[in-house]
Design a protein around this ligand. Structure first.
Ligand code: ZN
Length: 260
């Protein structure tokens, strides 16, 4: 079984003591690629370093919306520079967040557009974080599409409605599901996952956060992506092997990784 964890925060403190073992367990579980996603300049730089050290790891660089107000002058230029590294396959994470109000919304919107512009310029997809602002994200994506045409990116750890998913799909985006798909009460999310066209489906862990059932409440890690795959297989009436192959192929296509 070949698995592709499209979103993980491998650079985080939670992995400081046993990162090697975490990567080994991922490889043993069949994970062939992990995108380690930056949230600040420092974290983006750490993700690029991890990607240079391990053939399993690829990097995404960007400033997550909740960290935008803490960004210093010159940070964006460093992101632009890091983004040109061949191990960097995506820009982000970016997006909008109304849950944590640590950053003025207009500043988040400004940085969201910035990330999309860079993504367009480099021909690398962007990664969207969306929390409690589906209408605003949809609107921002629509105006980006008016400017740039079909978008190349992914809605990460998607928990939105079917209407939002459809709007994003129409603009060209992929939809990625994380461990929350496996949570018992999330019937509505599983219905969304059942409706997404096969060629736009992705899976991720968003580790170390939100581990899937049966590891819920514990630290998450890339090897656990198989549980989300199993859940998605159930929802789509496919075998886990088929879902693993499908989502890996989709991820290789989106991120421009060999073999798509
Ligand atoms: Zn993330």
């Amino acid at each position: 079984m070949e698995l592709f964890d499209t979103h993980c925060h491998l650079d985080e403190e939670a992995f400081a003591d046993d990162r090697e073992q975490v990567l080994q367990r991922a490889a043993d579980a069949g994970v062939r690629h992990i995108v380690s996603v930056g949230t600040t300049v420092e974290s983006s730089r750490a993700c690029v370093a991890l990607a240079q050290q391990s053939p399993l790891v690829l990097a995404a660089v960007g400033v997550q919306p909740n960290y935008v107000s803490a960004a210093l002058p010159g940070d964006w230029e460093q992101i632009e520079q890091l983004a040109t590294d061949p191990r960097v396959v995506a820009i982000g994470e970016t997006g909008l967040d109304r849950y944590w109000d640590s950053t003025p919304f207009h500043l988040q919107q400004q940085w969201f557009v910035r990330h999309i512009e860079l993504s367009q310029r480099l021909g690398k997809p962007f990664i969207v974080h969306m929390r409690e602002c589906e209408a605003e994200v949809t609107e921002a994506l629509r105006s980006a599409a008016e400017r740039f045409g079909t978008l190349r990116g992914v809605m990460h750890s998607f928990t939105g409605t079917i209407e939002t998913a459809e709007a994003c799909l129409e603009l060209g985006l992929y939809i990625s599901f994380a461990g929350m798909l496996t949570f018992k009460k999330n019937h509505a999310l599983r219905e969304v996952a059942a409706a997404v066209p096969a060629e736009r489906l992705l899976v991720e862990t968003d580790a170390p956060y939100l581990a899937p059932t049966p590891h819920r409440g514990k630290r998450n890690e890339p090897a656990f992506v198989k549980h989300t795959v199993a859940c998605l297989a159930d929802v789509r009436r496919m075998s886990p092997e088929e879902v693993a192959e499908l989502t890996s192929r989709n991820a290789r296509r989106l991120f421009g990784v060999g073999g798509a």
